[in-house]
Write a protein that binds this ligand. Structure first.
Ligand code: SF4
Length: 361
């Protein structure tokens, strides 16, 4: 589809209306705005990817208290980082943030780069995140295009088609660039994000108090419910697994760190059970103990963005240890005392819920 880009007068009117609204109604007391340092902006932008502001605030405060600078983050272990990220989800963000901090300290003198290309070369920083950092930390005139801005642009210009389609996205980038001012970029960037989050919401936008009402094609044509069009969606996948929740006689819980870059990579988790294997053979090999009792808990479902995970928890209580356990260092597992505060690293929310229930039983 073709969309006419706004002329200079149109963009200036929009910027003026938006900034005037922002000065009165925008969010000026977010923790990463005081002080507004490049490092704090970076951490906040990564946390805000796919997560709402109110959810992010307590995580941001804890994270910054523990890692007040890039050096602190670079020197921390991944376990410490994932522990503070536990519950926020999308754990690749935390792994990338940690790797990027190490790269910055090792190769870039400990300073976040001010060039978009260098920023984008760091793990976890894409085009919009790089622009948000440049705009908010240094007032560079860079356009952002997060989910909120996409929605606003789609409605202002009635952009037809799924916003995650490559061609549509390219049109939205052009619109976002047209509206981005040369000055007051930090304020404009925060303003457009605030407008998208508080007024131009996905459902029931508050058009009656919106400063962009007179310029908004969707509002003028009474089509705000039509735009943006639905996203292109891939068929939703489903995976199934079983978790072995092993407890020893002292009620310690066995957790293993997951390898790799998978969705829970680096997090501690219960071992997964290959149902073709005997649990008793596995516990004998792993712990030198037989199974004293087995309890199959009802199946549960956890929804990820692109697939559902159906998982069957199996509580395994070990009997007397009567054999020497096999040494399996690749598991990097450990016994964890039953107190929640003693968890050895990051734990995903469904696993934390199972641990809490095990402790309560
Ligand atoms: S008028 Fe309504 S649809 Fe248009 S930008 Fe404002 S809130 Fe969004």
């Amino acid at each position: 589809m073709s969309v006419s880009l706004p002329d200079l007068q149109h963009t200036q009117t929009m910027q003026h209306s938006l900034l005037s609204w922002y000065r009165v109604h925008g969010r000026h007391d977010l923790p990463w705005q005081h002080p507004r340092t490049p490092y704090r902006i970076w951490v906040s932008e990564i946390m805000l990817q796919q997560t709402q502001v109110q959810t992010v605030i307590p995580y941001f405060n804890n994270f910054i208290q523990r890692f007040p600078s890039i050096e602190h983050l670079a020197n921390a272990s991944l376990d410490e980082v994932l522990t503070l990220w536990s519950g926020l989800g999308y754990y690749a963000r935390a792994r990338h943030l940690h790797r990027a901090a190490k790269e910055i300290v090792e190769k870039l003198n400990g300073e976040l780069p001010k060039q978009a290309d260098l920023l984008k070369s760091l793990p976890g920083i894409g085009r919009s995140t790089a622009a948000a950092i440049l705009a908010q930390a240094w007032d560079h005139p860079e356009a952002i295009l997060d989910g909120n801005v996409k929605r606003v642009m789609c409605r202002l210009h009635r952009v037809a088609g799924p916003p995650n389609d490559k061609q549509i996205e390219s049109t939205l980038w052009q619109l976002a660039e047209s509206y981005t001012p040369k000055h007051e970029v930090a304020a404009y960037t925060q303003a457009i994000m605030d407008l998208g989050a508080t007024l131009c919401r996905r459902t029931q936008p508050k058009c009656e108090i919106c400063p962009l009402q007179s310029q908004c094609e969707a509002y003028i044509m009474n089509q705000t419910a039509t735009f943006p069009h639905k996203m292109q969606r891939h068929a939703r996948g489903r995976q199934t697994t079983s978790f072995l929740m092993v407890q020893d006689k002292e009620n310690g819980i066995w957790l293993e760190r997951r390898n790799g870059s998978g969705i829970w990579g680096g997090l501690f988790c219960f071992p997964e059970w290959d149902i073709s294997e005997s649990i008793n053979d596995w516990t004998l090999a792993q712990f030198g103990a037989r199974v004293a009792s087995l309890e199959h808990w009802p199946r549960r479902l956890h929804r990820f963005t692109h697939f559902d995970l159906a998982y069957d928890p199996v509580k395994v209580t070990l009997g007397q240890k009567d054999l020497a356990p096999r040494s399996l260092p690749q598991y990097s597992g450990q016994w964890v005392p039953p107190e929640a505060h003693a968890l050895p690293g990051g734990v995903a929310t469904p696993i934390k819920q199972l641990i809490d229930e095990l402790i309560e039983v």
